[in-house]
Ligand binder design. Structure first.
Ligand SMILES: Cc1cc2nc3c(=O)[nH]c(=O)nc-3n(C[C@H](O)[C@H](O)[C@H](O)COP(=O)(O)O)c2cc1C
Length: 225
């Protein structure tokens, strides 16, 4: 038997994995699957979905950088890198970053440590590719506490999109919306400008937060149903 709840007992951090395409475009995504796998020499791995723009860039370049993000990281930063694709938006246009000596972008916002990795093995694990690599650069950027996956879920009330390695399908956020429209059905919906989630409701309560990416009411725009 496989009890899916057992996976909820696993602990992770939260990272921004970044890379460059052969034509120099900067790409990156959130990953919770970055980890150290050997110490001498220092080796790490990250598991990335084959559909991610970042995965394709790493497959072509054979190298990636990682920012370990601190607990002060905002949902805006996590939403940009974790719910949008570099195929559609330039994630670095308004994100403070530096170029490392290997010519990879490293996000500096809320960064507590940074790594540069040279890929040694690509392991096909089905939906994802695990990139095992040698650390070529590593440094501490701040003394702040690193963000944990548990903190992200419990304190920031963040969600995990289906493409993440650790995604576990949840019940529909609003099952009533799938039934036939009732006479008193809402006339308006609200679309999250960050992740695209739609909430069917005439007015959102002031303390409303997006069940997908966690942003507040001010990030929603009203749409006609
Ligand atoms: C909390 C969180 C954890 C995530 N972990 C992973 C992960 O480990 N592997 C992965 O492939 N995607 C993960 N994702 C999803 C990617 O960040 C997301 O699909 C992103 O939009 C891909 O961007 P890209 O197409 O620009 O590469 C995670 C997202 C969030 C919010």
């Amino acid at each position: 038997m496989i009890n899916r709840s057992a996976f909820h007992k696993l602990s992770y951090g939260l990272y921004l994995v970044t890379a460059c395409t052969p034509d120099g475009k900067k790409v990156g995504c959130v990953a919770n699957t970055f980890q150290q796998v050997a110490s001498e020499p220092p080796m790490v791995s990250v598991s990335l979905n084959k559909q991610n723009a970042t995965t394709q860039a790493i497959l072509e370049s054979g190298t990636y950088a990682v920012s370990v993000i601190g607990q002060s990281a905002t949902m805006d930063l996590i939403g940009l890198f974790g719910f949008k694709t570099s195929n559609e938006v330039d994630k670095f246009a308004e994100t403070q970053h530096e170029m490392c000596s290997a010519d990879l972008p490293i996000v500096l916002e809320h960064c507590v440590a940074k790594f540069v990795v040279e890929v040694r093995e690509r392991v096909d694990v089905g939906t994802h590719i695990m990139f095992v690599g040698a650390v070529t650069e590593a440094d501490v950027a701040a003394d702040d506490a690193p963000m944990t996956y548990a903190y992200y879920h419990e304190v920031l009330r963040g969600k995990t999109p289906p493409k993440a390695a650790s995604y576990v399908e949840e019940a529909p956020a609003n099952p009533a919306s799938e039934a036939a429209p009732a006479a008193d059905a809402p006339k308006y919906g609200w679309r999250c400008k960050l992740c695209g989630y739609i909430e069917m409701m005439d007015e959102l309560p002031d303390d409303y937060t997006c069940p997908i990416c966690g942003v507040g009411k001010d990030m929603f725009e009203r749409i006609e149903l």
